[in-house]
Design a protein around this ligand. Structure first.
Ligand code: GEK
Length: 268
């Protein structure tokens, strides 16, 4: 059962103190659903896009997988396709508490899976027999900046790039575009920043209205906001689109927006 997120009723915060720790993991599905407007729609839609773009015998990356919502949506969407043998689903996160919990969830759901690391991914292939049509999950505890991206046809950065230092973002996206096969695609979802002050204020107000309607108090909203300062570094849509093109993506399409939460499909 998913626990209700009441973390910031209990936790006093200092600016920039947010971490993906055990206590966040305990409430994570509820936290992200009640904090990111549209999350419950975005996840299955990423699965739908994967069904179109994933190619036989290729690798799929869920980068910053948390509890694996995207991995599981992609896996569910690919089921029923005739040509899934040999597809490797790799889910990576650098928070040990997240990976441990996702491991447990995969076990409970009887999904074939195996723990690995970025170093092992680089040096060996999985022991899991991906030739069967079981779509096994390779669960990787590590930094997405170090994950080898090879022979991929689909990747998702669902609200993860925003946690990297901006100077590391170009390198990751360039590696992704180089590691994707022609015809492959990346889904990037981010909280965006608006340069124009009045627009930024309105979008923040609307986001906070969403959180209020989801039952968060003013104190919880203020504490979470302070905790994320300098941890979640949002950029404008223009910065994102220019970076995606500069890093080698041929066509970039925004396919989702709810207030300041955007998702683009970047095609190789
Ligand atoms: C979902 N995609 O439910 N390397 C690996 N993981 C990282 C890194 C990094 N450098 N930085 C942050 N993370 C998920 C939601 S949450 C978004 C993604 C949110 C991980 C971090 O540990 C966390 O699990 C995830 O990225 C971001 O569809 O909480 O707003």
């Amino acid at each position: 059962m998913n626990r209700r997120d009441d973390l910031y009723t209990r936790r006093e915060t200092t600016s920039g103190s947010f971490r993906f720790d055990e206590q966040v993991v305990d409430v994570f599905p509820d936290m992200i659903d009640r904090s990111v407007p549209g999350y419950a729609l975005l996840v299955p839609m990423i699965g739908q896009l994967a069904r179109r773009f994933v190619q036989p015998g290729s690798t799929v990356h869920d980068l910053g997988c948390s509890l694996g919502a995207v991995t599981l949506a992609v896996r569910a969407a690919l089921k029923g396709r005739e040509d899934v043998s040999g597809i490797r689903l790799i889910a990576t996160d650098n928070a040990e508490a997240m990976v441990a919990r996702f491991d447990t969830l995969l076990g409970e759901a009887d999904v074939p899976h195996e723990r690995t690391s970025t170093a092992l991914l680089a040096s060996s292939s999985s022991r899991i027999n991906a030739s069967q049509e079981t779509l096994p999950v390779l669960l990787c505890h590590g930094d997405i900046r170090e994950v080898p991206i090879e022979n991929a046809s689909f990747a998702a950065l669902n609200f993860t790039l925003q946690f990297l230092e901006p100077e590391d973002r170009d390198q990751l996206l360039s590696r992704l575009s180089q590691g994707l096969r022609p015809g492959g695609a990346l889904v990037l979802a981010e909280k965006v920043h608006f340069d124009e002050a009045a627009t930024a204020r309105r979008q923040t107000d609307w986001h906070h209205d969403y959180k209020r309607l989801q039952g968060y108090s003013e104190l919880e909203i203020a504490r979470k906001r302070a905790a994320l300062e300098r941890v979640l570094l949002a950029e404008t849509e223009t910065v994102h689109m220019e970076r995606l093109r500069r890093c080698g993506f041929r066509r970039v399409t925004r396919w989702f927006q709810c207030f300041g939460f955007h998702a683009w499909l970047a095609e190789r």
